[in-house]
Design a protein around this ligand. Structure first.
Ligand code: B4P
Length: 190
């Protein structure tokens, strides 16, 4: 059985950061829709062009775009020991689509780890990253606020979806990266 973990939290919660630790230690495949979208933008594909304006404005990209990308990556990795889903699912439609895709493979989500970080710290972390990441969506406080608002309106309800399946686990996302990582491993039981 694959070990499939969803890392969940608002922008800047540390999903990408902690994903790196999990893939290093557990040999899982990292599936970050943010990274996949940025790769499409860098390659100048039609999909990337469609996504770029939305991302730079702090808005979510349409469900069908990200679901298609995830389907493609799952098909590319039939022998994976499991996946870390980072930044996906971000809407209820995406969560349902992910369950259906995994069911088609005879697999399921083991747990969803929700990282909790107070809003002022999120803003601070993202502005700090924006200084050298070159990410347009990290450089402006109004765009960061828009991303957090989008998260609260569309993404936060996804936690309830996993809670109903008894798969939702909450961890404190503040402190050192190593401390948070230990909390995640404990919550996931791995
Ligand atoms: P993402 O790339 O997923 O961006 P993110 O949420 O900002 O990144 P992440 O949460 O991984 O960053 P991290 O906390 O690790 O999405 C970008 C955009 O793509 C979205 O706004 C949307 O437009 C689009 N998109 C992506 N997926 C989508 C989907 N499924 N549906 C629709 N649209 C989608 O890191 C933040 C910073 O904090 C880093 O600098 C890090 O070093 C720092 N940090 C981490 N842990 C820390 C700690 N413990 N202490 C201090 N700093 C820490």
């Amino acid at each position: 059985m694959m070990m499939n973990i969803v890392l969940f939290g608002p922008p800047g919660a540390g999903k990408g950061t902690q994903s790196q630790n999990l893939i290093r230690d557990l040999g899982l495949v990292h599936l970050s829709t943010g990274d996949l979208l940025r790769a499409q933008i860098a390659a100048g594909t039609p999909l990337g062009l469609e996504a770029q304006g939305l991302m730079n404005a702090g808005l979510l990209v349409p469900d069908h775009v990200v679901i298609g990308m995830i389907r493609h990556r799952l098909e590319e990795c039939p022998d994976a020991a499991g996946f870390i889903f980072d930044g996906f699912p971000r809407t209820l439609a995406q969560a349902e689509a992910l369950d259906a895709l995994l069911e088609g493979l005879g697999q399921s989500i083991r747990c969803m780890i929700s990282m909790v970080v107070p809003q002022p710290e999120l803003v601070q972390r993202l502005l700090l990253r924006g200084k050298d990441s070159g990410r347009a969506d990290d450089q402006n406080e109004a765009i960061i606020a828009q991303r957090i608002q989008e998260y609260q309106a569309k993404t936060a309800p996804v936690a309830q979806y996993y809670a109903q399946q008894n798969k939702w686990k909450e961890v404190d996302g503040t402190g050192s990266i190593q401390e948070i990582y230990s909390r995640i491993r404990e919550a996931a039981g791995c």
